[in-house]
Design a protein around this ligand. Structure first.
Ligand code: COA
Length: 260
């Protein structure tokens, strides 16, 4: 599939997806959401891809939100469908992807942009980044998981304040809140993400997928995360990666994981 609003590159096991609508500060219109679904799915199914990095084009924005021009005249039913469909095909989809997804937050991450970054497995920001959920300033609330994931990541009081004030925090405050893991100058952002991806790629892909499922289960209603961990832990013992990892350790060599 060729994409109108995305740029894709792939090198040494790292697939980088760049949202490319710089004139609209990479705002997420429906076409872009569908393209992102397809790009993430393709990367997940590509055995060459081990880690995915998502970022925005230009120096100003990661994503400045859902495209306001598309939903300004929506009805209650259309608004409900917008949130439900978006959560299903992009935000929940990314969170539950079997391969690690790193958000390289290179500027404004607002509304749906911050929600997309929060759906990723972790976030790295450039020092010019600004983050917030300004939806209440438009008379609406975050609809792509923002009320839930921001609360999980920064705690209820901080999430309430950020959402109610519709304010923005800078990269260092986001670091202090635990919303992002690292802050670097913009020209070092993708290098740091590549370095982190390379470290991840030394490890077992099957174990990493199991870890994603186990960690995510902490946040799933009605799921006992400790039980998920026990099941996933047990299943690891039946993988080639476990044989290779333990054998390599005992033979004092580097493991060469097949991902099976
Ligand atoms: N949806 C649609 N278009 C958007 C957008 C969004 N979420 N965010 C930015 N844009 C567009 C602007 O309309 C403008 O388009 P134009 O040149 O055709 O008029 C272009 O991107 C550049 O944005 P502009 O507002 O001129 O840049 P700025 O530097 O003055 O301000 C922001 C940057 C991020 C502060 C401002 O664009 C903004 O507040 N955006 C909306 C953020 C938001 O509320 N997001 C949540 C949506 S639910």
């Amino acid at each position: 599939m060729s994409y109108t609003n995305l740029l894709l590159s792939s090198e040494k096991g790292i697939a980088t997806i760049t949202i490319n609508r710089p004139k609209k500060l990479n705002a997420l219109n429906q076409e872009t959401i569908k393209e992102l679904h397809d790009a993430f799915k393709t990367a997940e199914n590509n055995s060459e891809t081990k880690v995915i990095i998502i970022t925005g084009s230009g120096e100003k924005a990661f994503v400045a939100g859902a495209d306001i021009s598309e939903f300004a005249d929506f009805s209650v039913e259309e608004g409900t469908h917008l949130a439900a469909n978006g959560q299903k095909i992009l935000f929940d989809f990314v969170e539950n992807l079997s391969k690690p997804v790193i958000a390289a937050v290179n500027g404004f991450a607002l509304g749906g942009g911050l929600e997309l970054a929060m759906a990723c497995h972790f976030r790295v920001a450039s020092d010019n980044a600004k983050m917030g959920l300004p939806e209440v300033s438009l008379g609406v609330i975050p609809g792509y998981g923002g009320t839930q994931r921001l609360t999980q990541l920064v705690g209820k009081g901080r999430a309430m304040e950020l959402i109610m004030t519709a304010g923005m925090i800078d990269a260092n405050k986001a670091l202090n809140y635990g919303l992002v893991n690292h802050v670097v100058p913009q020209n070092e952002l993708l290098d740091l993400c590549d370095t982190l991806a390379s470290k991840i790629m030394r490890n077992s892909p099957t174990a990493i997928s199991a870890a994603i499922r186990a960690v995510n289960s902490n946040f799933k209603e009605g799921v006992n995360g400790y039980q998920t961990e026990i099941t996933e832990f047990g299943n690891c013992f039946g993988t080639d990666d476990f044989d290779e990892g333990t054998t390599a350790f005992l033979e004092k060599r580097k493991a060469d994981f097949s991902g099976r």
